[in-house]
Design a protein around this ligand. Structure first.
Ligand SMILES: Nc1ncnc2c1ncn2[C@@H]1O[C@H](COP(=O)(O)OP(=O)(O)O)[C@@H](O)[C@H]1O
Ligand SMILES: C[C@H](O)[C@H](O)[C@@H](O)C(=O)COP(=O)(O)O
Ligand SMILES: [Mg+2]
Length: 490
C-alpha cells in the first residue's frame, strides 16, 4: 500500500515541498515545488532597518506547493524551518512589527546586556543552549528595549513553523524541538523557564505548552480547501526545527558517529539520550537542542555554506555551486584559512571583503579569485569540523569512528572529501533532502505506518544511496595546517 504525505522544508536559502511515498519499507520522494528564500532589509514605521524574512511570500509558496501536489490522496503535511525566529500576534491575530531574521544586527551586543541580569552560567545551566547572539531570548530582549509596546500588545508567540501551522489550521502551538532553540526553555523540566521570563520581564502568557513532534495540529481550514482543491488534509508537527528533522533521517542506527547537517549552516554533533551541560560543554559552547522521540541534539552551529552562498551572490551568481567547487579544486591547497565561526562572518556588508580582510590581518595569502575564495572556505570548514570533532570526543567521551553528512551540502563532494582527509575519519554522505525525509518519517510514525525511529532510519538506509569518502591526505600535510588553523582561533 502506498502512503503519501507532504513535507515542507524551508531553510535559510531555499524552500521545497516534497511528496513522500512510503511503500514496503522504502520511501521515495518527488519534489513538487522549490522556491528561493532570502533575507530582505526593511525599515519599520520608526525608521529602524531590520533584516527580515518575507513570511507572507513563503506562506504563499506553501499554498502554491499544496495546490501543485493535487493533495487528494495525501494523508498529511508537515512543515519545518530554521530555528529561533518568531512572530508575535496581537489580540486580532495580526503580526506585530516586522518578521525579523536572526541575521539582523538588532541583537548585536544584546547578549552582554542580558548577562548583566542573568549570568551566562545560570542561563546555560537552565537551558543547556549554545550562546548565539541571535537566540530568541536576545531577540525578545532587543524588542523589549526598542519596541516595548510590542510585548504589551502581544497575545501569542509563534515560531515560524508554528505560525505557518496556525495559518493553515487556525490552531496555535509551540513545537518542542524548535522551542528548545530559543534559550528560554528549561532543559530539565522541558517547559518554558518561568524564572528567565520573569527576570527579563517577558510575559509568560504568550507561550503555549510545547507539543512533541508527531502531534496532529489540526486539519487544513475549510476556507482554504476550495482554493487548494483538497478535501481533508491533516497538519502534523514534525520536528519543526529543520535540524531536528534532518537528524531523524541519519541513515544508521549505530552509535559511533557524529553528524553534520550541512546546508546554510553546518550543525555538527551527536545524538545523546540526556543533555550534557558541563563546564566544558559551556566552554566549548555546545548546545542541547531537543530532538524527536526523547533524544538530545548535542551539537554546535558552524557558519557553514552561508559563506559560499554570500560569495556566490556577490559574484552576481555568475558561477553555480558546482562551478565554484571545480574552481576551488584547481587552486593551491591551504593557502589561506579563516575561522568560519568568527562573528564577523555572520552578516557582513561584503563576505568577499571580510574574508580578504581576515587573511590580511592574519598575514596570509589574500584570496583574490573565486576559486581561491571557495577553496579557503571549504578547507576552513573542514578544519572547523576537525576542531568540533575533537571537542565532541572530549566532552561526551563517545567513541566517534565516522561522520554522516546530510543535507544539501552533501552535493559538495570536494568538501565531503576534505572532511574525510582533515578529520581522518570515514565520511558517509547523504541523503541530500534529509530534512524533508525526517519530516515525512515523523508523520508516518504519527500515522502508525512506521513503529519507531530505529525502523525509520533503516528505511532511509534502504532507500537512498549513501556515498563513502575515505581519508587520503598525508597526516603531515594535515598536521602542518591544523596548527595554522588552531593559531587563528586565538
Ligand atoms: N551542485 C552543488 N554542488 C556543490 N554544492 C551544492 C550544490 N547544490 C547545493 N550545494 C550546496 O548546498 C547548499 C544548500 O543546502 P540546503 O540544505 O538546501 O540549504 P538550506 O536548507 O539551508 O537552504 C548550498 O548553499 C550549496 O553550498
Ligand atoms: C539559526 C539556527 O541556528 C538555524 O536555524 C540552524 O539551527 C538551522 O537549522 C539552519 O538550517 P538551514 O537548513 O537553514 O541550514
Ligand atoms: Mg536546510
Amino acid at each position: 500500500m502506498e502512503i503519501r504525505s507532504l513535507a515542507i522544508d524551508i531553510g535559510a536559502s531555499s524552500g521545497r515541498l516534497i511528496q513522500g511515498t512510503l511503500e514496503d519499507d522504502m520511501i521515495s520522494l518527488e519534489e513538487i515545488h522549490r522556491f528561493k528564500n532570502q533575507i530582505t532589509n526593511k525599515r519599520d514605521q520608526k525608521g529602524n532597518e531590520h533584516a527580515c524574512w518575507e513570511l507572507d511570500k513563503l506562506y504563499n509558496e506553501i499554498l502554491v506547493g499544496i495546490k501543485k501536489s493535487k493533495s487528494n490522496d495525501i494523508e498529511s503535511i508537515g512543515i519545518d524551518t530554521w530555528a529561533v525566529d518568531f512572530v508575535l500576534l496581537n489580540s486580532a491575530n495580526e503580526v506585530i512589527g516586522d518578521t525579523v531574521s536572526y541575521r539582523c544586527h538588532r541583537t548585536d551586543r544584546v547578549m552582554e546586556e542580558v548577562f548583566d541580569i542573568i549570568s551566562k552560567e545560570e542561563i546555560y545551566n537552565k537551558t543547556g543552549i549554545q550562546f548565539l547572539q541571535f537566540n530568541t531570548i536576545y531577540q525578545l530582549y532587543a524588542v523589549k528595549k526598542s519596541d516595548p509596546e510590542y510585548l504589551e500588545e502581544a497575545k501569542s508567540f509563534l515560531m515560524v513553523p508554528d505560525y505557518f501551522n496556525y495559518l493553515l489550521t487556525g490552531k496555535k502551538s509551540n513545537e518542542y524541538t524548535n522551542a528548545t532553540s530559543t534559550q528560554l526553555f528549561n532543559v530539565s523540566t522541558k517547559s518554558w523557564d518561568q524564572e528567565i521570563l520573569k527576570q527579563l520581564d517577558i510575559p509568560s502568557s504568550i507561550f503555549n505548552d510545547p507539543v512533541k513532534p508527531g502531534t496532529v495540529i489540526g486539519e487544513i481550514k475549510d476556507e482554504l480547501k476550495e482554493s487548494l482543491d483538497i478535501e481533508e488534509l491533516k497538519v502534523i508537527a514534525p520536528a519543526t526545527h529543520d535540524t531536528g528533522s534532518s537528524i531523524v533521517a541519519v541513515p544508521t542506527n549505530s552509535a559511533d558517529y557524529a553528524y553534520i547537517s550541512s546546508g546554510t549552516w553546518s550543525l555538527m554533533g551527536v545524538e545523546t539520550k540526556k543533555p550534557i551541560c558541563t563546564k566544558k560543554a559551556l566552554e566549548y559552547n555546545f548546545t542541547n537542542e531537543g530532538g524527536a522521540y526523547e533524544t538530545n541534539r548535542f551539537l554546535k552551529n558552524i557558519m557553514g555554506l552561508w559563506l559560499i552562498q554570500e560569495v556566490k551572490k556577490e559574484l552576481n551568481d555568475q558561477y553555480d555551486f558546482g562551478e565554484l567547487v571545480e574552481l576551488a579544486k584547481e587552486e593551491q591547497a591551504f593557502n589561506s584559512l579563516i575561522n568560519p565561526n568568527d562573528s564577523r562572518f555572520l552578516n557582513p556588508e561584503s563576505m568577499i571583503a571580510e574574508i580578504k580582510k581576515y587573511c590580511q590581518e592574519t598575514e596570509q595569502v589574500v584570496p583574490q579569485k573565486p576559486g581561491e575564495l571557495a577553496r579557503c572556505i571549504f578547507e576552513s570548514l573542514a578544519f572547523q569540523y576537525k576542531q568540533v570533532l575533537e571537542e565532541l570526543t572530549e566532552v561526551t567521551t563517545k567513541e566517534i569512528n565516522k561522520i554522516h553528512i546530510i543535507g544539501g551540502g552533501v552535493q559538495n563532494e570536494f568538501l565531503n572529501q576534505l572532511t574525510a582527509d582533515i578529520t581522518g575519519l570515514e565520511v558517509y554522505a547523504g541523503p541530500i533532502e534529509a530534512t524533508a525525509i525526517g519530516n515525512l518519517l515523523v508523520q508516518y510514525i504519527a500515522l502508525g505506518y512506521i513503529d519507531s525511529l530505529e525502523e525509520a532510519r533503516e528505511i532511509v538506509s534502504n532507500s537512498f544511496t549513501i556515498k563513502n569518502y575515505t581519508p587520503n591526505l598525508s597526516l603531515e600535510e594535515v598536521e602542518n595546517n591544523w596548527i595554522k588553523f588552531k593559531e587563528l582561533q586565538n
